[in-house]
Design a protein around this ligand. Structure first.
Ligand SMILES: [Zn+2]
Length: 368
């Protein structure tokens, strides 16, 4: 009995070890299964929730790049890479304003540098060259140097130094009180004569010449010249010597006196430009005055198509003898000729006259 009992005990203990092993195996199997299921669920969730992370990394687009593509087609050349490297857009040949917008949009800085080339004000300033050149790849914020011509106030700056004194001849009331015809001279003439009158228009010379002179003033000022007028109304009292002294005091580069001619011969016509001949007073102004007269005469005849009576030297004119600056007198035409009288009164012809005078004056002032 004892032996059976012990054997039974042995058998029983053998059974229980076997059962334990089975349970452990089952637990391990279930645990492994659960791990697989949970892992699969997590993995699925991860894949579903993060699809982007499954793709290849994209090159990062800078804001500048986006803006550039939105703004202009040209800036599409500018490409930013993942590390903000930028391909320099081509801006040579574009206006500097356009170039600056394109480069800023691409994320680049801009510096303008002026070349020796000069363009006049109002002209479009175009980029001559750029550094770095188009297509080079640079860091964001790199300075692109644009070479641009400098903008000159060309006409204004170069001619602002010129002063022209315009004397519209005569005045409403003549003044026949004598004045010396030149400094220190015993010879005298009336301070200011009455001038001629239009045979058809009946207009007085002083009125017509003021109109022409006013037009000339506008044209010369438009060319950048500083203009000094001896008179701007008809109601003045200015002698011929006093007018010359105004020109002298203004240090004029040219003193231009505007007159109209008169003759007892009603068919006499055409334009002449007078200048001081050689006198004890004309000295240094004789040569430049002659040169100015020839230039003005040629240009006025060209502009009007009038008969040329030439550039004529005069030694008897008070207005010349008192002048210490180059001086000329334009005799614009004959008011005693019915046809020319009407022309001289017309704004269109007056404009032609002053256009021609301006051309001649500018050519003289510029020395060509
Ligand atoms: Zn006159």
């Amino acid at each position: 009995m004892k032996a059976d009992m012990s054997r039974q005990r042995v058998d029983r203990s053998k059974d229980s070890r076997l059962r334990q092993r089975r349970i452990m195996l089952l637990v391990a199997t279930v645990a492994a299964g659960l791990t697989l299921v949970v892992g699969a669920v997590f993995a699925w969730g991860a894949i579903r929730s993060a699809p982007a992370s499954a793709k290849a990394p994209m090159p990062k687009l800078s804001l500048a790049r986006v803006e550039s593509e939105l703004t202009t087609a040209t800036t599409m050349e500018a490409s930013a890479t993942a590390n903000n490297r930028i391909q320099v857009p081509a801006v040579t040949g574009k206006t500097v304003e356009e170039a600056e917008i394109i480069l800023a949009a691409a994320g680049l800085s801009v510096e303008r540098r002026e070349t020796a080339q000069v363009v006049s004000a109002g002209t479009a300033v175009v980029v001559v060259s750029q550094t770095p050149e188009a297509g080079e790849v640079v860091d964001q914020g790199t300075v692109v140097v644009l070479r641009v011509p400098s903008v000159a106030m060309t006409t204004t700056v170069t001619t602002a130094q010129y002063v022209v004194c315009i004397d519209p001849g005569h005045q409403a009331k003549s003044d026949l009180k004598p004045e010396p015809i030149g400094p220190g001279s015993n010879e005298t003439k009336g301070r200011v004569m009455g001038g001629t009158t239009g045979t058809s228009t009946k207009l007085p010379e002083y009125e017509v010449v003021l109109q022409i002179a006013t037009n000339l003033k506008t044209r010369l000022e438009a060319a950048g010249v500083t203009v000094v007028m001896t008179r701007t109304t008809n109601d003045v009292s200015l002698s011929n010597s006093e007018r010359a002294i105004i020109a002298n005091n203004s240090k004029a580069d040219l003193f231009i006196r505007i007159h109209c001619d008169g003759s007892t011969n009603s068919s006499a016509s055409g334009i002449s430009t007078l200048y001081p001949g050689k006198t004890k007073w004309s000295g240094t102004i004789a040569a430049p005055s002659k040169s100015a007269a020839e230039s003005v005469q040629a240009s006025v005849v060209a502009a009007t198509g009038a008969v040329s009576r030439g550039a004529v030297a005069r030694t008897d004119q008070t207005g010349f003898n008192w002048a210490t600056v180059p001086a000329v007198t334009v005799e614009c035409g004959f008011m005693t000729n019915p046809v020319e009288d009407k022309l001289l009164a017309s704004p269109h012809y007056q404009d032609k006259l002053s256009e021609g005078m301006t051309n001649g004056i500018m050519a003289f002032l510029r020395g060509n």
